[in-house]
Design a protein around this ligand. Structure first.
Ligand code: ADP
Ligand code: DP6
Ligand code: CO
Length: 329
């Protein structure tokens, strides 16, 4: 009844930004991502008949109330219902990278929790079932169940059972590096959930944004299969900028960027013009993720380290899917 799992965050090349159903956390459109080895969440779950509420420890802090606690407890309810058990759980989780800062901690966090909690509850789910379950915790977590490149399917069913991710190519298909420029420490003011909900409710660009995604998903899938860097660069930058444009057009407008974020966009594009194969993407936060082929990693790192305002540079590579590492009775 005790299980430990590891999962990595993932970065979307075609962004998920909007829900078609909030209760089941169903995405309004598909998305495409790369799972990032080098950053990880490690989560241990044990169900225990002797405790009268779930106990959650995140990054060495006891979380006993508030949205972080509720999100985990609600997810555990889904697992308990599915397994037909009533025991509460002890959850100990650790992210080895910043939480809630636009580095996809909700993706690795809920992918690791899905694997650890289902094993601890005695469930044996398929990868698709695990992915659909992880989605209930966080939409992006559905993709971190898989290693390498993954596609999230929006699905059409009201109950969301066909809204799960699928692998496109494994981690060994293409040795791209994702070099992350951390431009600010600390948690974002507007969570991803809140940001996309406000965009949906108030942005006049929301419908156009959602309509634009399915072609990008098809193109990105083909570019990944063919290892076509220039084409992937085109699609990923366009998807990122369109997502942020839809958010900026909300009311009040959502701006996740700081000055260094904008400087980095220009520097990456200039370096590409001068011959360095690089492209950027940015999630719901001020950090800039720069993709390059393995042989350009050092030049890419230098470019980012040399930019004023960059606090830290993290190097990641295609990583494995979420997995169980220990289980005891
Ligand atoms: P991020 O860009 O880091 O994904 P989000 O706003 O999407 O930011 O989600 C951050 C939230 O995800 C946290 O406030 C917390 O509720 C949840 N979270 C992050 N890491 C974990 C974890 N390891 N276990 C459980 N929940 C987590
Ligand atoms: C900008 O998966 O964190 O990173 O489903 O509400 O938990 P919830 O949102 P989340 O949103 C991720 C948004 C993004 C783009 C992406 O990862 O596709
Ligand atoms: Co997130």
């Amino acid at each position: 009844m005790k299980a430990t799992a590891i999962a990595h965050p993932n970065i979307a090349l075609v962004k998920y930004w909007g829900k078609r159903n909030i209760e089941y956390n169903l995405p309004a459109a598909g998305s495409v991502s790369l799972t990032l080895g080098g950053l990880e969440t490690r989560t241990t779950v044990s169900f225990d008949g002797g405790i009268d509420a779930d106990v959650v420890e995140l990054n060495d802090n006891l979380v006993d109330q508030g949205p972080k606690y509720d999100r985990v407890a609600h997810f555990l309810d889904l697992v308990r219902n599915r397994a037909g058990i009533r025991e509460h759980a002890r959850v100990v989780s650790h992210n080895d990278f910043p939480t809630g800062a636009g580095l996809a901690s909700s993706a690795s966090g809920f992918a690791a929790l899905a694997v650890a909690a289902t094993h601890a509850a005695g469930l044996d789910l398929s990868d698709s079932e695990l992915s659909a379950l992880a989605r209930r915790g966080s939409g992006s977590a559905a993709r971190s169940i898989f290693g390498g490149f993954a596609e999230m399917r929006a699905g059409t069913r009201e109950d969301g059972q066909d809204a799960y991710a699928e692998p496109i190519c494994g981690a060994d298909h293409w040795d791209l590096r994702c070099v992350i420029a951390v431009t600010a420490h600390g948690e974002k003011d507007i969570s991803s959930t809140e940001g996309m909900t406000r965009t949906h409710q108030t942005s006049p660009y929301y419908d156009q944004w959602v309509d634009s995604v399915s072609l990008d998903v098809e193109w990105a899938r083909a570019a990944i299969e063919q290892r076509d860097f220039d084409e992937l660069a085109r699609i990923a930058e366009a998807s990122c900028l369109r997502m942020h444009a839809s958010a900026m057009a909300a009311e009040p407008g959502i701006i996740y960027w700081n000055g260094t974020t904008v400087d980095l966009i220009h520097r990456v594009r200039k370096a590409r013009k001068e011959g360095l194969p690089v492209f950027f993407t940015i999630d719901a936060g001020p950090q800039v993720k720069v993709f390059c082929p393995a042989e350009s990693q050092t030049d890419c790192e230098l470019l980012l380290r040399d930019t004023d305002g960059v606090r830290d540079v993290l190097v990641t590579h295609p990583g494995e899917g979420a997995r169980l590492i220990e289980e005891t009775d």
